[in-house]
Write a protein that binds this ligand. Structure first.
Ligand code: NAD
Length: 496
């Protein structure tokens, strides 16, 4: 018989460096917490700068000397397709693991992992279509063409909210381009990057092409400061993104930054109110609000506010909080004790600034790491709760009267990741979409992403784009090659 009172030993994982499974050079390890159980469920090495150096050296060697650096697009595409098939085979198992690591619903993680192979299939195709161009030279007696070459060693740093998917967004185009890769996942959710390492091995990628370092900010800082890294791909908070950009500037390393948001859901009185209410719920309470694209500001026309906000409150009050592994659960806990303290602290601060709790609240949860769906009314655009990212299930309701006012409130933010617009008036919906400064705008929808749709932020929500064919260019350099045609001696003191 199983003894349920016996302490459960966390599952021990190692890091993948240069095709070998290793611990940290220091021997240090750290635990990963199951936020629902409130206990450690996995243990991973706690890497320091020495381990980071070893991993970057391995990626450098695999790129400069290994077979990967000389691989053809066809070979890379075949391996990417194989990896896609392996992720599809293991999607449900990996989704269950991810849910344990970050507390998000198994049903959401399952949908993510089942969709994830498409990134690898799509970028396999993109690998086969990388091409330079022949230039119609403006210089007599010259012809010129461009080649696209992999940028080199990519350092990826990912957050805890959708660790596997956000890794796939970087890994698939980087491998398609022919780069080698070192990933440092969040210290809160290190396991999926390791599990992908097992599949990368099984698919047959050469040693050193994909390396995983597990550790916290110290390992992250060492990774982005390493001059042997050619490109940094980061998803996380805006503050850390700025620190990374400053560090990268010392080596002029290229950076792709996917950062935070304070996205508006803009609701006009000519919307379908039931659809809008459903979209607002999805935007802020799915994933317990722990998504970069959370629609955390409800910017709503005063004439329809009572109706739509009433519908949102009614639905929010029926949301089932509970065990993320159960299919009927609609919201799990937030991912970490620190996150719980931050979210509840921001709700209390908002109330102190004059907001009113219409639903939920800092103390309204069932205990543990749960924060109930919280709706704050009487919020003004100047309040902290309307300006700073909460990264939790907290909706701020801000009314407007005119279209111009709605656009001004929507754009009154340092962020620019996403926006939803709810109006059945085609002209208005398009007009407002063109004026909102955000990387993604959904009309009469919210929270839709796909492998072929560019995703990224305006303003302090980041720089560069993931997904879409252009994502491969983030990992490519363009080289121009000139060919002299005449054989004549040229004036050495003029250009061209
Ligand atoms: P975070 O910025 O705290 O940490 C992200 C990663 O950076 C972790 O792996 C962490 O260990 C590492 N890190 C921390 N300090 C570092 C440093 N100085 N140098 C190098 N690495 C360092 O973010 P988080 O709390 O894990 O994730 C939540 C944030 O991510 C939110 O702000 C959210 O909006 C953002 N996010 C953005 C997107 C997007 O696509 N724009 C997607 C998901 C999440």
């Amino acid at each position: 018989m199983l003894d349920n009172s016996a302490p459960v030993r966390p599952v021990a994982y190692d890091m993948l460096i240069d095709g070998r499974w290793v611990g940290a050079a220091s021997g240090r390890r750290m635990d990963s917490l199951d936020p629902f159980a409130g206990a450690a469920w996995a243990s991973v090495p706690d890497a320091g700068s020495e381990d980071v150096g070893t991993a970057v050296a391995a990626a450098r060697k695999a790129f400069d000397l290994g077979p990967w650096g000389r691989s053809t697009a066809r070979e890379r595409a075949a391996l990417l397709r194989r990896l896609a098939e392996l992720i599809a085979r293991d999607a449900d198992r990996l989704a269950a693991i991810e849910s344990r690591d970050n507390g998000k619903l198994v049903r959401e993680m399952t949908a993510q992992w089942r969709y994830m192979p498409e990134w690898f299939f799509y970028f396999a195709g993109a690998a086969e279509r990388i091409e330079g161009s022949t230039l119609q030279s403006d210089r007599p007696n010259f012809t010129a063409f461009t080649r696209k070459e992999p940028v080199g060693v990519v350092a990826a740093i990912t957050p805890w909210n959708s660790p596997g998917l956000l890794l796939a967004w970087k890994l698939a185009p980087a491998l398609a381009a022919g780069c080698t890769f070192v990933v440092k996942p969040s210290e809160h959710t290190p396991v999926s990057a390791i599990e992908i390492g097992r599949l990368v091995e099984e698919a047959g990628f050469p040693a050193g092409v994909y390396n995983v370092i597990t550790g916290g900010p110290e390992a992250g800082r060492a990774l982005v400061a390493d001059p042997r890294v050619d490109k940094i791909a980061f998803t996380g908070s805006t503050d850390v993104g700025k620190a990374i950009a400053k560090s990268a500037a010392d080596n002029l390393t290229g950076v792709l930054l996917e950062l935070g948001g304070k996205s508006p859901n803009i609701v006009f009185d000519d919307c379908d109110p039931a659809a809008a209410a459903n979209g607002i719920i999805s935007g802020i309470f799915a994933a317990s609000g722990q998504t970069c694209m959370a629609g955390s500001r409800l910017v709503i026309q005063r004439s329809i506010m009572e109706d739509v906000v009433g519908r949102v409150i009614a639905r929010a009050q029926t949301i089932k909080l509970g065990d993320p592994s159960l299919p009927e659960t609609e919201m799990g806990p937030v991912a970490t004790p620190q996150q719980h303290a931050k979210v509840t602290g921001m709700i209390r601060a908002a109330v102190a600034e004059g907001a009113r709790v219409a639903c939920g609240g800092a103390d309204g949860g069932p205990g543990g790491l749960f924060v109930p769906p919280t709706i704050l009314v009487d919020v003004t655009p100047q309040m902290t709760i309307a300006r700073e990212e909460v990264f939790g299930p907290v909706l701020s309701v801000i009314p407007f009267d005119t279209e111009e006012e709605a656009i001004a409130i929507a754009n009154d933010t340092e962020f620019g990741l996403a926006a939803g617009i709810w109006s059945l008036n085609l002209q208005r919906a398009h007009r407002v979409a063109n004026k909102v400064r955000a990387g993604t705008v959904w009309l009469n929808a919210y929270r839709v992403v796909a492998y072929n749709a560019p995703f990224g932020g305006f303003k302090q929500s980041g720089s560069g784009r993931e997904n879409g064919v252009g994502a491969v260019d983030e990992y490519l350099e363009t080289k121009t090659i000139w060919i002299e045609l005449s054989g004549a001696t040229r004036d050495p003191f003029t250009i061209g």
